[in-house]
Design a protein around this ligand. Structure first.
Ligand code: AMP
Ligand code: MN
Ligand code: MN
Length: 327
């Protein structure tokens, strides 16, 4: 990892004493986002800051036991007197459009996304990191910050979820190095795995079953897309957070090179989750066309005033270009 990133992290901690810092992650938080926000809460508090953790949504079911913490809502938060640290995203529009309206500058940012622009004063950005939690684990151990057993478990969880158990194309030597340091600090991989992979809600499995039933192949079968409508959530009792990970099942099918989950939202927009078999397909560029972004092999968007029918023709065209490496 670039030594400048650890230097910037050191600066973040050295400026923390007496400062009000609100740590904010992207809406619909995933394991990496929860992990990054809560571990920075502990680390900044130990450095003498007054800290809050914000999110538009709640801590998802699977991460609740490890987190033992609830977020304060971005929607009711009054930013006056608070400096913002963004984690696992580089743009306030991913945190909360309402909060973006109220805020001027972002104080600091720790992130690993390919897309997004941050004009933060202190930046710890490493686009080749497997997870934001990986950046935090490496920097915190580098600068000698104290990491509790709880934070070590959370950070391990963040790396394990974003790297799909250390198997994504973003998994690198430093991902294992960070995990090694965390286990040394008391993280328990099996205890984390029991929380993550043996506690699924039955309603989520019902939603998965609906999703699998809608799968459709495009581009000579190389693209696989499935759909979730609002009624599917009522029918199964599933929650919004239960969509996390479903698209991986579409990608897991032999012959599928790009997979997508398209979800109908209440406000007349469509949320897309995209996965590529290899980073060469740059699915972030497909997501960017619809106003989103992400990584080369995993990206997403929320497109306003759209339906599945209005999205699909353009989506198919972009997938074809992407498969031809022409995006
Ligand atoms: P998801 O499919 O929601 O798991 O997202 C896959 C990746 O794309 C994650 O790294 C997200 O942070 C990123 N992503 C999802 N939605 C957006 C968006 N609207 N804008 C930018 N990045 C996104
Ligand atoms: Mn994330
Ligand atoms: Mn992440």
């Amino acid at each position: 990892m670039d030594s400048q990133i650890a230097e910037n992290f050191r600066r973040l901690l050295s400026e923390a004493k007496g400062r009000n810092i609100a740590v904010a992650g992207h809406m619909r938080p995933d394991g990496d986002c929860v992990s990054s926000a809560l571990s920075m809460f502990e680390i900044l508090q130990a450095a003498g800051a007054n800290v809050k953790c914000l999110n538009k949504n709640e801590v998802p079911h699977l991460y609740k036991n490890l987190a033992q913490f609830e977020f304060e809502s971005t929607e009711t938060f009054d930013p006056k007197g608070w400096d913002i640290l963004l984690v696992d995203c580089s743009d306030l529009s991913r945190v909360s459009p309402a909060l973006k309206e109220k805020l001027g500058d972002v104080y600091a940012c720790i992130d690993h996304h390919e897309s997004g622009t941050s004009n933060a004063k202190i930046m710890c950005i490493d686009k080749s990191a497997g997870a934001t939690a990986e950046i935090i684990a490496l920097c915190a151990t580098e600068v000698g910050a104290k990491i509790s057993r709880r934070a070590a478990n959370l950070l391990f969880m963040g790396i394990a979820t974003d790297t799909r158990q250390f198997t994504t194309s973003s998994t690198r030597q430093e991902s294992f190095e960070a995990a090694r340091r965390l286990v040394r600090l008391g993280a328990d991989p099996n205890a984390v795995a029991q929380e993550l992979y043996q506690r699924e809600r039955a309603q989520k499995m019902a939603l998965l079953s609906v999703y699998l039933g809608t799968l459709k192949r495009l581009c000579q079968g190389r693209v696989c897309v499935g759909f979730l409508r609002r009624a599917d959530f009522e029918k199964t009792g599933a929650q919004k957070e239960d969509t996390d990970g479903l698209v991986d099942f579409a990608r897991s099918i032999d012959g599928v090179e790009i997979a997508a989950l398209l979800e109908e939202l209440e406000d007349g927009s469509v949320k897309g989750s995209l996965r590529g078999r290899t980073p060469e397909y740059s699915v972030n560029k497909i997501a960017e066309y619809f106003g989103g972004g992400g990584h080369l092999a995993a990206a997403g968007f929320t497109a306003k005033n759209q339906t599945f029918d209005t999205i699909l023709p353009k989506f198919e065209e972009l997938c074809r270009k992407s498969l031809d490496r022409d995006l």
